[in-house]
Design a protein around this ligand. Structure first.
Ligand code: NAG
Ligand code: NAG
Length: 205
């Protein structure tokens, strides 16, 4: 009887310390993904909000982003930089100066001949917190001079499988001389935790 009681107590302690939301990213085998898809029709969409800052500091070494290609005409069109392709690996922080919670990795390409505007093809890779190991994929248009820029969130992995929503970016800090900038980003999207999984119970931000 006493053994049973302490076993039950131990189970409760383990549950309390179990890292929530990490059940899915840990198993990304094809079998596990297929099992998840078979249960997907039972998943309820859960509105999820994330707010963080994306750092693109180019004045230090190594820089968070770097140009990797350009058109032969790019140097003669400095207003639009049309044809310039940059690769980015910029840290994400919940607040300016706070710990890194992930990285934004991918390409931004100056793709307009009229404005300073980019095509953003980015993965947001979360490396800490309840969504550690999960990713969101973003594909969108970034008119650099606009106050707010909306990006479609077109999918994800781990806890964010089948995620869809909208990310909004605004400039929080820009240094035109050095090229450093920090974007404030708000993501709002639906994700699909399966019934009775840890990730269903992750607290909303
Ligand atoms: C994130 O997950 C990885 C892999 O499971 C683990 O090694 C790492 O310690 C975790 N990071 C944090 C901050 O929880
Ligand atoms: C902007 O960048 C320049 C060149 O790196 C630097 O001298 C200056 O201090 C920076 N200004 C701010 C506000 O960070």
């Amino acid at each position: 009887m006493r053994i049973l009681a302490s076993l039950i107590a131990a189970t409760f302690v383990m549950m309390a310390f179990m890292p929530l939301g990490q059940s899915l990213p840990d198993d990304q085998s094809p079998e596990s993904v297929e099992k998840w898809f078979k249960k997907f029709p039972h998943a309820k969409p859960k509105l999820t909000k994330l707010h963080f800052y994306l750092y693109n500091i180019v004045s230090k070494s190594p820089p968070n982003s770097a140009p990797v290609a350009q058109a032969s005409t790019t140097p003669s069109t400095p207003v639009t930089s049309f044809g310039l392709v940059n690769v980015l690996d910029g840290p994400l922080r919940e607040k300016p100066g706070a710990e890194i919670i992930g990285y934004s990795q991918g390409l931004f390409t100056f793709a307009s001949q009229e404005n300073r505007a980019t095509l953003m093809t980015l993965n947001f890779v979360f490396t800490a917190g309840p969504f550690n190991g999960s990713t969101l994929s973003v594909l969108g248009h970034n008119l650099v001079t606009a106050k707010y820029r909306e990006f479609p969130i077109i999918g994800g992995s781990g806890d964010f499988r089948m995620a869809q929503g909208i990310g909004t970016a605004s400039s929080y800090f820009v240094n035109a001389t050095s090229g450093d900038d920090i974007l404030e980003m708000s993501f709002v999207f639906y994700r699909y935790p399966l019934p009775k999984t840890d990730s269903e119970y992750v607290a909303e931000e």
